[in-house]
Design a binder for this molecule. Sequence first.
Ligand code: ZN
Length: 243
Amino acid sequence: MTTAMTTLAATPSYDTALVLFSGGQDSTVCLAWALERFARVETVGFDYGQRHIVEMEVRPRLRARMAALKPEWGDRLGDDHRISLDALAAISDTALTRDTEIAFAETGLPNTFVPARNLIFITFAGALAYRRGARAIVAGMCETDYSGYPDCRDDTVKAMQVALSLGLDKRVTIHTPLMWIDKADTFALAREIGGQPFLDLVVEESHSCYLGDRTQRHAWGYGCGTCPACRLRAEGYMKFAAR
Ligand code: ZN
């Protein structure tokens, strides 16, 4: 955690949002989406022993460059929080947290699936949002991803919204602006929100590659080019660029 916490919860505000910000393409676009809509925007990132820890390293640079891109974004962008979830790595045995080949299991899910990861992220985000007075949580889950992670589905997120609102006894809204759009549309949304400079920033600075490769630069950004996350990002970018 980079921020000193007060012992009491801040006054709840519908103008304050907490963005689940991993440094990936989706969460970077979500951060821009939130900066256009809320008076104050804070970010949270989770360190759970992921192999692509480089994601966590690109976050401060992304935040700094976004704050510099538009004066109003700079004014609205608040604290960053980093939460260590070592326990999640300890109970997981997946290709995201272990050095194993990425593959698809008999269930049809890739072994990059970390069981309950997003349920845990949303729960911690809810606790943090409560303390920071944010009534809105913004997250980049989407149903159109190839992987079909069940904890990214709209019904799962809505169930978590109800659970948090009941459990905190405060109305919490979870916004998922990317839920029904694919990666090509996410690139298009980036340009719509922040123009070409923001699109360029997303391509250059956001990180998707599961293997954490930032040595190879493609038209769509850095990555190994072959892992599922790189392929998804590359295909999305090509589809977007061809329009
Ligand atoms: Zn990759």
